[in-house]
Design a protein around this ligand. Structure first.
Ligand SMILES: [Zn+2]
Length: 438
């Protein structure tokens, strides 16, 4: 991973210790980890990879990390440890949301154009703070936020506020602004009497793209988000925007700084160009073909299908009432592409495009992944150890094992058999801090 942004006092103390003496006021607290170890006693533990939960296991947390996990009789419990009973729950690793927009709220409340053009920055930041809290309470302890949509690099500021414990929220992988080809994005200029500010950063040509990527990384981006295609041109239909040469320059520049790239792409050609350029994940992939999914599998590129956003769009803008009417063509296409991706063996990413629908309702995507053909176990692995690997976080999160960060969620029931159990969150710990307890 590039950076952990872990809100640990230990890091803070180290920071203080490395500063020249004159910079530290005498009264400044010198924090040390005096926290009492905690033994969590759930009904079962699912470690992020196993075929099924292990009954009778306990998890020992010391500070921000997991000290031990295993059968109650065999795990060494430190003297003076606090015992926390989580009866009836399965303890799982904190969920890792792969595609969020903390600065957006559902489009059936306010259209995207109106959010970008009419909502003042302070209001949008306040909303994002509330969204972050709701996300964490839902058991999502890490999010990859794929674009602030008109809010510049405020995701970097929110990441800092969470890391410093000013506001509750998940660990944030920030991208600042998405990068789009000049003239291809929104709000659409012909629709306004003024030149509307864009919801992403425009660039054209390899040189300008390199400059934009470097600037975003300089502002604190962990990842780069690019639109490889979008609905634009005289017919407004989805088609590739950037050339292969431009995408190659973008990915190579980001990679040089250690920042992976996520690409929005719905067309097979947009997906293909992005994969060839070396992106880490493809977002949406609605018109993905078996050929392009095979290419993704060969290159180990993850697929974030954003099924929940697809259904939300159909509900908001096509008048679809799920269960009352057959799915519209857009949803059928998504079901088909998702199945093609599964058949090709593409690593599936859990990422719903939350923000299009309600923050805190992240599990909706996992429910649809199961409805569209995955087993609950496979979906749950995608949301934990799978996303951890795709996002290069596997040394710190995504599994319950000694040494991992104590991002832990207690749910009522067995989510490896019934994914809807994830809606019954009874306990949340984030880097060992108690967010929610029964
Ligand atoms: Zn998105």
């Amino acid at each position: 991973m590039s950076r952990m942004h872990s809100p640990s006092f230990g890091v803070f103390a180290t920071l203080l210790a490395t500063l020249p003496v004159g910079h530290v006021a005498a009264q400044q607290p010198v924090a040390t980890d005096t926290s009492r170890p905690v033994v969590l006693v759930p009904a079962a533990v699912w470690d992020g990879v196993a075929e099924s939960p292990a009954r009778g296991w306990v998890v020992v947390v010391r500070g921000s990390r997991i000290a031990a996990a295993g059968p109650a009789g065999r795990v060494e419990v430190p003297a003076g440890a606090e015992r926390v009973e989580l009866a009836g729950t399965t303890l799982i690793p904190g969920l890792i949301e792969g595609h969020s927009h903390l600065f957006l709220h559902p489009y059936d409340e306010t259209l995207w154009d109106d959010q970008v053009l009419k909502e003042p920055a302070g209001v949008r930041m306040a909303r994002a703070v509330a969204h972050a809290a709701a996300t964490l309470r839902a058991g999502v302890t890490t999010v990859r936020d794929l674009g602030t949509e008109g809010m510049a690099d405020y995701d970097v500021q929110l990441r800092r506020a969470v890391d410093e414990g000013i506001v509750p929220g998940p660990r944030i992988l920030a991208t600042t602004r998405a990068i789009v080809a000049t003239g291809s994005y929104a709000p659409r200029r012909p629709n306004y009497a003024f030149d509307p500010p864009q919801g992403a950063e425009e660039a054209s040509g390899a040189e300008q793209i390199r400059g934009v990527v470097r600037d975003q990384i300089g502002r604190g981006a962990d990842w780069i988000k690019v639109y490889a295609d979008y609905g634009w041109g005289p017919d407004g239909k989805a088609k590739p925007t950037f050339s292969q040469e431009e995408l190659n320059a973008l990915v190579a520049t980001a990679r040089g700084a250690g920042a992976p790239v996520a690409a929005h792409a719905t067309t097979a050609e947009g997906m293909r160009r992005a994969v060839l350029a070396g992106v880490a994940t493809i977002e949406h992939g609605d018109a993905g073909t078996p050929e392009v999914f095979r290419l993704m599998r060969q290159r180990g590129v993850g697929y974030c299908p954003t099924l929940a956003a697809g259904e939300a769009y159909a509900t908001y803008f096509e008048g679809w009432v799920k269960g009352k009417a057959p799915p519209p063509a857009s949803v059928v296409e998504k079901q088909r592409s998702f199945r093609a991706a599964l058949e090709a063996g593409v690593p599936i990413c859990f990422g719903g495009d939350v923000g299009v629908f309600r923050h805190g309702d992240n599990v909706r995507e996992l429910e649809l992944m199961v409805e569209y053909g995955m087993t609950p176990l496979a979906a749950l692995r995608a949301a934990t150890s799978g996303n951890a690997r795709l996002f290069h976080l596997e040394k710190d999160v995504g599994r319950i094992a000694p040494g991992m960060l104590a991002d832990l969620v207690g749910v009522e029931g067995d989510p490896t058999r019934d994914i809807t159990v994830l809606r019954r969150v009874r306990a949340v710990l984030s880097s060992g801090r108690r967010v929610l307890m029964p």
